[in-house]
Design a protein around this ligand. Structure first.
Ligand code: SF4
Length: 344
């Protein structure tokens, strides 16, 4: 891998996942968010790194909707559509969301991410959901979006509602290449939308949301990383570089830029960080479980705390710590433990 002239913070140091690197242009942002936010980030590092169990998850991922108008070539959703396994369109009712937030607010939930299998800006209650989380005391409220529907009114409403992190997926500084990767998107519209969101924030003198561009690094675009930094460094607060992952080997193309191999001794940090909530209140072991393979229970009859401390989560954590991650069916087919082969 060529050395970047820009200082990258390895997620191996920050979040114990070697698949991501972050480049923060605004390096004081977390500190500027205040002592409570810093304490949350400290806990995030501590519990993740030590694989230490906290009484309640630090983070919840909500699958608000699986609707998306794009067909990004490398996205698991696109692969599901191609394989005919995409579920019918759904949206999460507000009450399901509120029930999870209410429990989380009582029991020490720090963060929520408002997307999983679709485009969150297509959920009709999105702004209300951000407001509800903020008014409930959730410290970190984030979402990942294609940016296509992030027009000025939406950017303003999300900022006013208290969104803390706005993460926009953007994978090439070249218009033709971007639109070939993000099939159905518009380069010009997304660039304009990101610039508008950054301007609104600047004009308001607000430190939130932290605006980050996420780039998925693949064989076909990795050479564009430095040009991406040049394109965005004076516009947004930071960038994330995520190594492409062929989730569950659904993608028939080989997009990895390194040779990878499954690490049998991999201990994933996620079971010590987070749970996921499906649109109908299902509580999932892992937010990357796109096929809803391991659903621990439902909010209608099980609390998040019960799921978090229950038998299945306990056994899965024990298996992972014992170097037996392959015995967890979902993890054995997951590509997160796929690591670059040394020397490659
Ligand atoms: S399915 Fe993958 S990401 Fe999820 S806990 Fe298992 S190894 Fe980690």
């Amino acid at each position: 891998m060529p050395e970047s002239p820009h200082r990258l913070t390895s997620k191996a140091e920050r979040d114990v996942n070697v698949c991501c690197q972050f480049l923060d242009f605004n390096e004081t942002w977390e500190r500027d968010m205040g002592p409570a936010f810093m304490a949350y980030r400290h806990d995030w590092q501590r519990y993740s790194a030590a694989r230490e169990l906290r009484p309640f998850p630090m983070h919840l991922d909500f699958d608000l909707t699986n609707t998306c108008t794009l067909r990004c070539t490398f996205c698991p959703r696109t692969q599901m559509a191609r394989r005919g396994t995409l579920p019918p369109a759904f949206t999460m009712p507000f009450d399901v969301y509120a029930a999870a937030i209410d429990e989380g607010a009582q029991k020490g939930l720090y963060a929520v991410n408002l997307n999983a299998s679709g485009e969150p800006l297509l959920h009709p209650d999105l702004v209300r959901m951000v407001t509800y989380a903020r008014e409930s005391g959730i410290l970190d409220i984030m979402l990942h979006t294609s940016g296509l529907f992030l027009d000025e009114p939406m950017a303003q409403r999300l900022m006013d509602a208290g969104l803390t992190k706005l993460i926009v997926s953007f994978d090439s500084p070249d218009k033709a290449h971007y639109e070939a990767l993000r099939v159905g998107s518009s380069y010009d519209r997304v660039v304009a939308n990101i610039r508008t969101a950054a301007r609104l924030k600047r004009q308001a003198g607000s430190i939130t949301p932290f605006i980050r561009i996420n780039m998925v690094l693949m064989r076909e675009n990795a050479h564009e990383r430095e040009a991406m930094i040049d394109m965005w460094r004076d516009v947004v607060d930071g960038m994330g570089f995520l190594e492409y992952i062929n989730y569950y080997q659904w993608d028939e193309e080989d997009r990895y830029r390194h040779r990878v191999a499954y690490r049998e001794d991999f201990v994933c940090e996620k079971p010590w960080q987070r749970l996921a909530v499906t649109h109908d209140g299902g509580i999932k072991f892992c937010h990357l479980d796109d096929a809803d393979e391991v659903v621990l229970g439902n909010l209608s009859s099980m609390s998040l705390e019960e799921a978090w401390t229950g038998e299945v989560m306990t056994r899965y954590r024990e298996l992972q710590k014992a170097g037996r991650i392959r015995e967890i069916g979902l993890c054995s087919r997951c590509s997160t433990p796929m690591m670059p082969v040394e020397g490659d």
